[in-house]
Ligand binder design. Structure first.
Ligand code: NAP
Length: 372
């Protein structure tokens, strides 16, 4: 079910509030009308299509803060491939229109309703589910729709924690019993998910064989991924070459393959799985189906699986302890310097067209992060 605040028709609820100082609120809404009718700036779309055409930065009314609501100031929100697909109308879940773009990001609580128990002003929060509409300056959200983070995390890490590191964490935890010394092979290794896989695996003593597309600056990118803990970084073309035999003298064949690309790249990953290993598909950047050779099924008994972090979060929405335990472990890795945010270009919300255009370019190796 979509949260109501995804749409522009914001609800109006009676409620009591415990808030930051009037001065704080005045500065929060300094761009807007009187406090009685606060508005925020939001990137809205009224129909699906090319994001650079259908998105517009508009003033949106904010409803009163209800007893179980919080008013938040968005701090930063990334542009992920699924955000683009949602606006294009090609994603698995679509909000009612008009809608505010963005599914991920970090916000700071500036006001809490009188029955809010788990949050206080000043807390940093991230969405629990997709569909929140994070490309906006402020929002009134239900307490239950967000979860708090330590506010000493680096801003970029907090803003990009809820989707990609959670996806990497679950895929490394839930499909194969990986032990130190085991290997994982993945394509799109320079993606947000891929970088999180490298770092979480390295923290667990797991080897990663990281496949990226060739580019003029391959060796710089390879060095960057190795500095994060990648065991090997190879080009897509190398997957078919005899040199892979040399590589597997230094680490075992993979128990787990992570596929964010599809097409030929996915088929090539399967060659390097151990007997009985799993390939988990989580993305389809090449927009090509996954072909599994008959031999991989018969002679290697590979398991071909899929993963969607949104479904995982929904399946565990009544088990906040499990979500909290994952976030705690990811935050601990961040605080210990073992999990860094992906390379990001920080762009002001008003400059969203530039950020969208950059986000849709190949070979950028940097995520666009909207700063509110
Ligand atoms: N299932 C889930 O729960 C889940 C969760 C998070 C993300 N995802 C999906 O995972 C994928 C990656 O997301 P992200 O946020 O990590 O992405 P990202 O940081 O924006 O990176 C995009 C990645 O895709 C690669 N790529 C783009 N077009 C490609 C093509 N035609 N062939 C091969 N590689 C291509 C890019 O490589 P180059 O540098 O070579 O362009 C880059 O590695 C997306 O499909 C996203 O929707 C799924």
């Amino acid at each position: 079910m979509w949260p109501l605040f995804t749409t522009v028709c914001l609800r109006s609820r009676a409620g009591c509030r415990s808030s930051v100082s009037a001065a704080g609120l005045t500065s929060l809404f300094s761009h807007s009308a009187p406090l009685s009718a606060p508005t925020c700036r939001a990137l809205l779309y009224r129909k699906h299509g090319d994001p650079s055409r259908v998105l517009q930065l508009e003033d949106v009314d904010l409803p009163p803060v209800g007893a179980k609501d919080v008013l938040v100031k968005m701090l930063a929100a990334p542009i992920n491939p699924s955000d683009i697909n949602m606006i294009q109308g090609t994603y698995a879940i679509l909000p009612d229109l008009p809608a505010v773009g963005g599914n991920e990001g970090v916000a700071q609580v500036v006001e809490v309703g009188c029955q809010v128990k788990s949050l206080k002003t000043g807390d940093w929060v991230i969405p629990k589910d997709a569909g929140l509409g994070t490309w906006r300056t402020e929002a009134v959200l239900a307490e239950d729709d967000v979860i708090s983070l330590p506010s000493d995390l680096p801003l970029l890490s907090a803003a990009t924690l809820g989707v990609n590191p959670c996806t990497a964490f679950r895929m490394l935890s839930d499909f194969e019993d990986l032990k130190p010394g085991d290997s994982v092979i993945q394509n799109a290794a320079n993606s947000g998910v891929g970088q999180a896989v490298i770092q979480i695996a390295a923290a667990r003593g797991i080897n990663t064989i990281n496949v990226i597309r060739d580019r003029p600056e391959f060796s710089q990118l390879s060095d960057r991924l190795k500095a994060m803990g990648a065991t090997h970084v190879i080009k897509e073309e190398a997957l078919r070459r005899p040199e892979m035999k040399e590589l597997f003298k230094t680490c075992p064949k993979a128990k787990l393959a992570l596929n964010g690309v599809g097409g030929k790249s996915a088929t090539e990953l399967l060659r390097h799985l151990q007997f009985g290993g799993s390939m988990v598909t989580y993305g389809g950047m090449a927009k090509q189906p996954v072909t599994v050779p008959v031999s991989a099924l018969i002679f290697k008994d590979v398991k071909v699986r899929g993963f969607w972090v949104t479904q995982w979060k929904r399946d565990h929405s009544n088990d906040e302890k499990r979500f909290r335990a994952m976030l705690d472990e990811l935050c601990r890795l961040i605080q210990q310097g073992q999990l860094t945010a992906p390379a990001c270009s920080q762009v002001g919300l008003h400059d969203y067209s530039r950020a969208l255009e950059a986000a849709m370019q190949p070979f950028t190796s940097a995520k666009q992060l909207l700063i509110m």
